[in-house]
Write a protein that binds this ligand. Structure first.
Ligand SMILES: O=C(O)C1=C[C@@H](OP(=O)(O)O)[C@@H](O)[C@H](O)C1
Ligand SMILES: C=C(OP(=O)(O)O)C(=O)O
Length: 757
């Protein structure tokens, strides 16, 4: 479908069209008349209706300026620039066309509003031998179950779509005139080929009407119909509203669009048959499959229509944090589930055989984007409900081609890990992301995948979108990672599941190993030998239970908060302390932080502890480079700690920070400088002169800083306010919902003074 894009505009003083003749003064025609009058878009509106009573009513209601029962009475008066809009039931269009034949003066544009376009084109050919250049077939998608002139409203078309289906004979000037007319009443105008229009409408509008009429009729014939209608509540009412529509109009549509409607009915009937069989045989899995897919699709559709993101917070176009100075953090807190593990639980659960149950799943935008991608590929996933997700695995070869590009929002992990496993599928896919993700480097995954025989296309300069061709057999490789990246390692290993032979990765420094651990948890053998991990393709994953611990990256904001704010004492519950993720604990401890790990235990193959953090004065350090990959996401918060420390903190070997959701070195340096901290960015790190000599005093001034839409930058500056002298206003914070949707709530509950605007 394309925007008609003819760009006509209306002069303020001169009406857009001359006279508007409405043939059939009901909801559709009457509303155009009222809307165009309200917009001063025409000189005069003339109504044509079969019954004199309708004519009188339309004039009395002010819908038309005058009205006639025979179009022949006024057709001679029409002149260049006038428009005749035929808004009668579909099968009556031809008779109106016949009445206009050889009588319509040159330069008058003829258009219609019928719901089926093939029959209008056929009617035109019957009457004129071909589609005349002055005919612009159109269809306003704005009908409702109401009908008649009394239902007409001047705002009916605002933000509604009008589909024009101009023929190759249709003159451009006429199309422009009709586009301008609809835009003047607030509609969005699109154009489409006739056959496509009729197929799309058969599925989205005509089939639902068949079903609604059919259902009400079935129930109305039931001997106990009185009771049925008496007790029929919301569901029945919502579902059958359209069965109150105009029967003549809908009979005509059914007859006029017969073939496309029959195709839709057949598809639906076979689906209904399988549902019937599933109910008859007690096939709960089939029922869950259909219902969850349908619910997800409907929710997705509602979200799309409202132009909303997956979670509520993201709906707000702009979120600003105003972090007020002072305070401390106290209490027992449980931060949301680990993002890296949440992504992997969905991916591996989907590829496993059997039903995987996940607890502690992060209900943040990034992990939800992964979940949505697998639903788009046909996997039945229930939830999340309070962090619980049930995944009905389809096996390594059970994914289906998604209906369109997979959109993964802000999430680098989703895009890079998915790229690996999509390279092994039989179908093509396209991966797209938001503005930030669209700037991030993808050759780091495209290159090794190409070495394995995958066909992967990137956007300009190796950035998204990623186009992955299916149907290629992959060969195993031994891949030495050029950078310490768990995403690249995981991508190659996931592609290795589909490769012929043993795929291995060797990393330059240890990175998070959740993929390796979780694959083992799903019964897939991964051999690990120092920096090398390897697996053989062609095995199988077996469903399991996954308990996702709290995310240490999210916990770090509270570790830093408690460490810098005198009087603080927090217990962070059930946090994952995997040794490939514990750099923040090591670094903060080296700076003097008071951090103790209590109740250490192992949950589902991952070490977990409750982390207690009490305020302690910090000192600057040279951060050991071997800690960098182990704390890669925690540096924005660590920079805040460094600002509050006594003496200089130096970070090197962290150039990867420049290619995260923002350039985190530059973004933090800029913000810290605005707040009065001496923070000097370097190519691969930063040098921060701590201001913590006076342990109780303010370290940061107030000011406005830009998080650049990067969740971790936003939360880090919110934490800084604990040691600020005035408000810190943080711009573009909506993306906090990607990893930590309830951050503001937890932070204020613990004692921070954070206002979300
Ligand atoms: O594998 C993962 O789950 C992640 C790996 C890291 O990225 P890199 O692999 O780019 O270092 C990290 O920054 C990201 O938040 C999550
Ligand atoms: C870098 C991050 O995530 P991703 O790469 O998945 O966008 C992050 O969460 O800090």
């Amino acid at each position: 479908m394309v925007q008609a894009g003819t760009g006509s505009g209306q002069e303020a003083s001169e009406p857009l069209i001359g006279r508007l003749v409405i043939v059939g003064i009901g909801l559709i025609g009457g509303s155009l008349a009222l809307g165009l009058k309200a917009a001063s878009g025409c000189r005069e509106v003339i109504g044509v209706a079969r019954r004199a009573q309708t004519c009188n009513q339309a004039v009395a209601l002010g819908v038309v300026d005058r009205a006639v029962t025979d179009i022949g009475e006024i057709v001679g008066e029409l002149e260049v620039g006038d428009v005749v809009f035929v808004a009668v039931p579909t099968l009556a269009v031809e008779s109106i066309f016949s009445q206009l034949k050889d009588r319509l003066p040159a330069g008058v544009t003829l258009t219609d509003g019928a719901s089926v376009k093939g029959s209008v084109i056929a009617a035109a050919r019957n009457v004129w031998g071909q589609v005349p250049e002055f005919l612009v077939p159109g269809h306003p998608i704005a009908g409702s179950e109401q009908s008649g002139v009394t239902a007409a409203r001047d705002d009916l078309y605002i933000a509604h779509r009008i589909i024009l289906t101009p023929d190759e004979n249709t003159g451009l000037a006429h199309t422009r005139r009709i586009q301008g007319m609809w835009e003047a009443v607030g509609a969005e105008v699109l154009s489409m080929p006739v056959a496509e229009h009729d197929e799309v409408l058969a599925a989205t509008s005509h089939l639902p009407h068949v079903i609604a009429y059919g259902l009400v009729d079935t129930l109305a014939h039931d001997a106990e119909n009185e009771n049925i209608f008496r007790y029929a509540a919301g569901g029945f009412r919502d579902f059958t509203r359209i069965a109150s529509s105009d029967p003549v109009m809908w009979r005509d549509i059914m007859l006029a669009n017969r073939d496309a409607i029959l195709k839709s009915i057949d598809l639906y009937t076979s689906n209904l048959d399988s549902l019937r069989n599933a109910i008859a045989s007690g096939d709960s899995e089939h029922l869950m499959g259909v219902f969850t897919r349908a619910k997800a699709a409907r929710d997705h559709f509602t979200t799309m229509l409202a132009k909303k993101a997956y979670t509520e917070t993201m709906q707000a176009k702009e979120v600003t944090f105003v972090a007020q100075p002072g305070g401390s953090v106290n209490g027992d807190l449980r931060v949301p589930g680990d993002k890296s593990m949440s992504h992997r639980s969905i991916m591996l659960g989907s590829l496993a055989e059997g039903v995987t149950e996940v607890e502690g799943f992060l209900e943040g935008e990034d992990a939800l984007a992964t979940l949505q991608s697998f639903r788009d590929m046909g996997v039945v996933i229930e939830g999340p409900v309070n962090g619980r997700v049930t995944i009905h695995g389809v096996g390594l070869h059970g994914l289906q081609a998604p209906p369109g590009p997979l959109y993964v929002g802000n999430s680098g992990t989703s895009m890079r890990l998915l790229a690996g496993l999509l390279a092994g599928q039989q179908f093509d896919t396209v991966l797209t992301g938001d503005e930030s993700l669209s700037k991030r480097p993808m050759n780091r995954v495209a290159n090794p995948l190409r070495e394995m025989g995958a066909v992967v296309e990137t956007g300009e300069e190796g950035r998204p979108p990623l186009k992955i061709k299916g149907g290629n057999s992959l060969k195993a490789i031994d891949y030495a990672l050029p950078m310490a990246s768990a995403q690249v390692k995981s991508c190659v290993l996931l592609a290795g599941l589909y490769a012929d032979g043993e795929t291995s990765t060797t990393e330059p420094a240890p990175t998070r190993d959740h993929t390796e651990r979780m694959l083992s948890g799903f019964g897939y053998e991964v051999l690990r030998d120092g920096p090398r991990a390897s697996l053989k393709g062609g095995g199988k994953l077996t469903a399991c239970q996954i308990d996702v611990p709290a995310d240490i990256s999210s916990a770090t904001f509270f570790m830093v908060a408690a460490s810098i704010a005198p009087g603080s004492d927090v217990l962070l519950q059930h946090v994952g302390i995997n040794p490939t993720r514990d750099g923040a604990i090591n670094i903060l401890r080296a700076m003097g932080a008071d951090i103790t790990l209590e109740n250490r235990r192992e949950v589902g193959g991952e070490p977990v502890a409750d982390i207690r953090v009490r305020y302690a004065p910090l000192k600057g350090i040279n951060i050991p480079e071997d800690q960098v990959p182990l704390a890669i996401d925690e540096f924005p918060a660590i920079f805040v700690a460094a600002s509050c420390a006594e003496g200089k903190t130096v970070l090197t070997g962290a150039e990867e920070l420049r290619v995260k959701e923002s350039d985190r070195i530059q973004a933090m340096a800029d913000g810290l400088q605005i707040l009065g901290v001496d923070a000097e960015p370097t190519a691969d790190g930063i040098v921060i002169q701590g201001k913590g000599g006076n342990s109780d005093g303010a370290v940061f001034g107030g000011g406005v800083v830009d998080s650049l839409g990067d969740h971790r930058i936003a939360m880090s500056f919110a934490v800084a306010a604990l040691r600020a002298s005035a408000d810190i206003q943080i711009l573009h914070c909506a993306n906090v919902a990607t990893s930590f949707p309830n951050f503001a709530e937890l932070a204020t509950g613990a004692g921070m003074k954070l206002v979300v605007r």
